[in-house]
Design a protein around this ligand. Structure first.
Ligand code: ZN
Length: 184
């Protein structure tokens, strides 16, 4: 599927809740397969349906070898399909994470994220699930759920922290890795 980019109004819409009946349809199951495949090819840490222009509250998170070519410091995380996710911060502690986004080619920036969150969601079979995630993984889940609300990391980033990937690696990466060391 084609990943759309910043400026496309679809990225600014709130995605709709998915009913369990709808989730069982071949169309939605195919959409989930395509999200998984598209994320694997693009190599991000996650992909929300909004990014492929489908306004349903579905996202995939996975940190595999393809992800780690883009973000070498992210801890591995197994494929997780989240439907109608709800996030709850488990403490007020936050973490300044330098993020990128497949829908914002070329740019990265610092975003303050909750360090530990409870994620309640339905899996692709409609079973109710929950997981507690922390550190960079918690940041990834917050980034994906933001997409489902029409929010991009650019909205939350300190504009003065924005950089190209090249300049990030040249000037900012060492300090960032030091800062997030305990979470990798
Ligand atoms: Zn994104």
């Amino acid at each position: 599927m084609r990943i759309t980019t910043v400026g496309d109004p679809v990225l600014r819409e709130r995605a709709a809740e998915v009913s369990l009946e709808e989730l069982r349809t071949p169309e939605l199951q195919r959409l989930i397969d395509e999200l998984i495949e598209t994320r694997r090819q693009a190599g991000g840490a996650g992909l929300a349906a909004s990014q492929v222009s489908v306004l349903k509250r579905i996202a995939v998170v996975e940190v595999d070898d393809a992800t780690r070519r883009r973000y070498p410091y992210k801890p591995p995380f197994p494929l997780t399909v989240i439907v109608n996710p709800v996030l709850e911060p488990l403490s007020g502690e936050t973490l300044l994470i330098n993020e990128g986004c497949l829908s914002v080619p070329g740019l990265r920036g610092d975003v303050e994220r909750y360090a530990r969150v409870l994620v309640q969601y339905f899996d692709r079979n409609g079973a109710r699930r929950e997981v507690v995630v922390d550190g960079l993984t918690a940041g990834t889940f917050q980034h994906e759920v933001d997409h489902l609300d029409g929010v991009l990391f650019l909205d939350r980033a300190d504009p003065r922290s924005l950089s190209t990937w090249e300049q990030f690696e040249r000037h900012h990466m060492a300090r960032f890795l030091e800062r997030i060391g305990p979470y990798t």
